[in-house]
Design a protein around this ligand. Structure first.
Ligand code: SF4
Ligand code: SF4
Length: 185
């Protein structure tokens, strides 16, 4: 048993017991090679990102500062098996305010990508991928909403070129990654 991390942020108290056997010292280097995540080691845990994060305001567990610290400590399995990393809305507020210019949202994206490489993607995201493949849009737009657009005099939504969408999935390697995830039709 190595360390007990006790945090008090926004009125919540969370206790995490860390074991040295759970730490992968190479993980931070693995992450820092990913574009946008290069500055992960520059975080000095000031907490500005957590204070400004809109998701932290509404969720007791989502703390960007903590995710960065866990990355630095090499808690790879704990991070990649935790659905909390999917809560980030990619608003970039944390990046705008970080005094160390740490690409927090990009680090979260890197963690998500590694999670998907392991074959895990939350159901909501699988559904969005499926929608993109079928319609070109992440969300299915109902006939009622399309009709309302028409009534308001708004132009029709452009039709996606689904062949190009599928090609994009292939050339970026995303199709192959999706095979690991499964259950995306
Ligand atoms: S604002 Fe930047 S330096 Fe401060 S805790 Fe967040 S990532 Fe680290
Ligand atoms: S990008 Fe993600 S971590 Fe950063 S402030 Fe927005 S929701 Fe929070």
């Amino acid at each position: 048993m190595v360390e007990t991390e006790k945090t008090e942020e926004k009125g919540t108290e969370q206790k995490m017991v860390l074991k040295s056997t759970e730490m992968d010292p190479k993980f931070k280097y693995e992450i820092s090679k990913i574009p946008g995540a290069e500055k992960v080691m520059l975080c000095f845990q000031c907490g500005t990102c957590t204070a400004d994060c809109p998701i932290s305001r509404f969720d007791d567990f989502y703390r960007p500062r903590k995710l960065i610290r866990m990355t630095q400590l090499g808690l790879k399995d704990k991070l990649l098996s935790n659905d909390v990393i999917w809560l980030c809305s990619t608003c970039f507020t944390c990046i705008d305010h970080c005094p160390q210019d740490v690409g927090i949202a990009s680090i979260v994206r890197a963690l998500r990508n590694l999670t998907v490489e392991r074959g895990h993607m939350p159901a909501g995201y699988r559904e969005q991928v499926s929608n993109i493949l079928k319609t070109g849009y992440a969300y299915v737009i109902s006939d009622l909403r399309l009709k309302k657009r028409q009534q308001k005099g708004l132009p029709a939504l452009p039709k996606a070129n689904l062949e190009s969408v599928a090609k994009l999935f292939d050339v970026t390697g995303f199709s192959k990654t999706l095979e690991k995830v499964g259950d995306v039709k």
